[in-house]
Design a protein around this ligand. Structure first.
Ligand SMILES: O=C(O)[C@@H](CO)OP(=O)(O)O
Length: 247
C-alpha cells in the first residue's frame, strides 16, 4: 500500500542557538524553535497532510516539537510511540562543546570528519562527564547498548531495527506517519530511503522545524527521490545554514 511519511526535525533548540554540539543532551526549544514547530503544523494543514501516528525520540526537543506541530494541526490526539533509536546521534566528547571553537582548535578536516563523515565517531564521552547519559533513567534498559559516542553508521545500525519493526508496519497499513526526530537521525532515515552513498550523505543537511514529505510505494521506496519540503526555498536556505555551522 502507498503511504505518506513526514519527517520533522525539532525546532531550534537552546543549544542550536548557542552553537553547541548537542547529541543526547536533553535541551529545550527556544521561543523561535517553538514558533517553528507551530508553523510546521500549520504547513501540514495547508498541504492537507494529517498524520495518523507519531514516532518520536526520547528527547524533549523532538517530543515538544511534535506536540506543538500536532496541536496546531488539531491532531494532538493521535497514537504515539517513542524510542531511543530515533534519538540524535550521540556526539561523544563533543557534547557541550562550542562548534566554532572546536573548528578553530582541531581544523576543518577533523571537524568535518567528526561532524559529517559516515564512519568516524568523535572520542567517547566518559560516564562522569556532566553531559553523560549514564544513569539517566530513561535509558536504564539499554545496559551496555548505551552509546558513549556514535558516527552516522552507528545511528543507522541502531535505528533500522525500529524502522523495520515499528514504522514499516504503520506504512504498510497505509497510515500517514509523522517522525519527529533530529538532524542526524533523520539523515540516517533519508540515507536509507534514498539509498544515498556513504560519501554523498556528508552533503545532506536537514533544517529545523520544516516538514519533509515522502510518498512511499508498497516497498517503502520513495516515488520521488529526496521527498519534498513544503516550503522548498526556505528549507534550502536553512539547510545551507546548518551546513555552515561553526564557520
Ligand atoms: O549538535 C548536534 O547534536 C547536531 C544537531 O544539532 O549538530 P550537527 O548538525 O553539527 O551534527
Amino acid at each position: 500500500m502507498m503511504a505518506t511519511l513526514i519527517l520533522l526535525r525539532h525546532g531550534e533548540s537552546e543549544w542550536n542557538a548557542k552553537n553547541l554540539f548537542t547529541g543526547w543532551v536533553d535541551v529545550a526549544l527556544t521561543d523561535k524553535g517553538r514558533a517553528e514547530a507551530v508553523r510546521g503544523g500549520e504547513q501540514l494543514v495547508e498541504a492537507g497532510l494529517l498524520p495518523d501516528v507519531l514516532h518520536t525520540s526520547l528527547q524533549r526537543r523532538a517530543i515538544t516539537t511534535a506536540h506543538l506541530a500536532l496541536d496546531a494541526a488539531d491532531r494532538h490526539w493521535i497514537p504515539v510511540q517513542r524510542s531511543w533509536r530515533l534519538n540524535e546521534r550521540h556526539y561523544g566528547a563533543l557534547q557541550g562543546k562550542d562548534k566554532k571553537q572546536t573548528l578553530e582548535e582541531y581544523g576543518e578536516e577533523q571537524f568535518m570528519l567528526w561532524r559529517r563523515s559516515f564512519d568516524v565517531p568523535p572520542p567517547p564521552l566518559s560516564d562522569d562527564d556532566p553531559y553523560s547519559q549514564a544513569g539517566d533513567p530513561r535509558y536504564a534498559d539499554l545496559g551496555d547498548e548505551l552509546p558513549r559516542t556514535e558516527c552516522l553508521k552507528d545511528v543507522i545500525a541502531r535505528l533500522l531495527p525500529y524502522w523495520e519493526s515499528a514504522i514499516v508496519p504503520d506504512l504498510q497499513a497505509g497510515r500517514t506517519v509523522l517522525i519527529a526526530a533530529h538532524g542526524n537521525s533523520l539523515r540516517a532515515i533519508v540515507k536509507h530511503l534514498d539509498q544515498i552513498s556513504d560519501e554523498d550523505i556528508a552533503g545532506l543537511n536537514i533544517p529545523t522545524g520544516m516538514p519533509l514529505v515522502y510518498e512511499l510505494d508498497e516497498n517503502q521506496r520513495p516515488t520521488v527521490a529526496g521527498g519534498r519540503y513544503l516550503d522548498p526555498e526556505a528549507a534550502a536556505a536553512a539547510a545551507a545554514a546548518v551546513a555552515n555551522q561553526g564557520k
